[in-house]
Write a protein that binds this ligand. Structure first.
Ligand code: ADP
Length: 375
């Protein structure tokens, strides 16, 4: 059993800077938890407190049934993979894999067995006699992951492990690490995994759940799907998803007994559920949010709610286009399937087109608290 629990966990650095503001998080045994957030949000500080590489200023960290606040890193049942592989340069791959096990004085045969098993899982066979300088970045990182696996830890910790790799390698390593996690689970030896990254794609594709942080606070902990479709606040809404959700200042108004949202010169009618949710906020400033894929564009007017904007820019992604519309003083990003946008583009840029939001997919955020008031 290796559930990981942060209980009112705090970090104040010696210069008085409070980096972690009393966070609470429970990571289930065998769960793959990604901690994500922009640079400086205290992801690494949090992970390092879990690893025992940073002192804890307040609250507690529990691994399994032990409070580990004052335990040395090597006694916590963890293995950590860093961004800069940190392999021993004068040792071969095989020696690198075996080194930690030798230190813990395991019998020779057992070391051999664990090293062979890790090498097999990560397909390191042909590389075993090479030195780190004879490896590519991706291969070196595989060895670093292997060095963590051989320890058979209760908890795997990853600190931005793929940031030094190019985009293609990152994508394949992402899959490899996810597969490894699944494989361990299947074999009945699930390893709780805590994976820190600033990259929301890694978070979305790898995490069972994702913990989004901002300035030492947790903003939301949820499944990738829930974070994407039901963000609890404006920060999560803007951080998760690429291209970003369109988030624009607006106002809630009442018109003919119905509640609507002002966008530029238009008022958009909300659905019944949204009207009930935001009823207490009529007259207030809000932000409205809509993801780029929930906007449609057309040469001719849509039925019902629609507006007009100037087609200012397009980016061709192959199967779809990112289309940028200027509406009054703001710009909207739309994701439109190629077949739908090509006929429109025949007539060129810098002219008005009609657009329409899928109102059922819109979010409304309180301008003061930035909370999503439409959920
Ligand atoms: P992240 O991993 O999310 O980029 P960090 O955990 O590295 O963020 O840092 C969180 C905050 O703590 C940052 O504002 C950083 O400047 C600050 N910080 C990190 N290390 C120290 C330190 N040794 N002394 C003071 N402040 C620190």
């Amino acid at each position: 059993m290796a559930e990981v629990v942060f209980n009112n966990l705090q970090k104040v650095y010696t210069n008085g800077f409070k980096a972690v503001h009393g966070i609470n998080l429970t990571i289930a045994d065998g769960e793959f938890m990604v901690i994500v957030g922009p640079s400086g949000c205290a992801k690494s500080t949090t992970l390092r407190m879990l690893a025992g590489l940073e002192t804890i200023s307040g609250g507690e960290v529990r691994i399994g049934d032990r409070v580990v606040n004052n335990l040395a890193p090597k006694s916590r049942g963890i293995a950590m993979v860093f961004q800069n592989y940190a392999l021993y340069p004068h040792m071969t791959v095989k020696e690198n894999l075996a080194f930690g096990l030798k230190l813990s004085k395991l019998p020779k045969e057992q070391i051999e067995e664990q090293v062979t098993e890790a090498a097999k899982i990560l397909e390191l066979g042909e590389l075993m006699d090479r030195l780190p300088r004879q490896l590519s970045g991706g291969q070196a990182q595989r060895v670093a992951v292997g060095r963590a696996i051989v320890k058979k830890p209760d908890v795997f910790l990853f600190d931005e492990p793929l940031s030094n790799l190019d985009a293609k390698l990152r994508a394949s390593m992402r899959i490899r690490i996810s597969d490894l996690h699944k494989q361990l689970k299947k074999s009945g030896k699930p390893a709780t995994t805590v994976y820190v990254t600033h990259d929301q794609t890694e978070a979305m594709t790898m995490g069972d759940r994702i913990c989004v942080m901002k300035l030492g606070h947790i903003m939301q902990v949820d499944t990738p799907d829930n974070l994407y479709h039901f963000p609890k606040n404006m920060f999560v809404a803007g951080f998760i998803g690429a291209p970003e959700m369109n988030i624009k200042p607006s106002k809630l108004v009442e018109q003919d007994g119905k509640i609507g949202l002002t966008v530029g010169n238009y008022t958009l009618e909300l659905n019944q559920y949204q009207q009930e949710k935001v009823a207490a906020h009529v007259g207030e400033d809000v932000f409205f949010g809509v993801r780029p894929e929930f906007i449609a564009i057309s040469e001719s007017p849509f039925e019902g709610n629609h507006s007009q904007g100037e087609l200012v820019r397009v980016e061709n992604m192959g199967h779809e286009f990112f289309v940028y519309l200027k509406v009054n003083d703001f710009e909207l990003t739309c994701r439109i399937p190629s077949d739908d946008v090509k006929p429109i583009l025949k007539n060129g840029l810098h002219r008005p087109v009609y657009f329409k939001f899928d109102m059922n997919k819109c979010h409304i955020f309180d301008a003061k608290t930035e909370k999503n008031i439409s959920l």
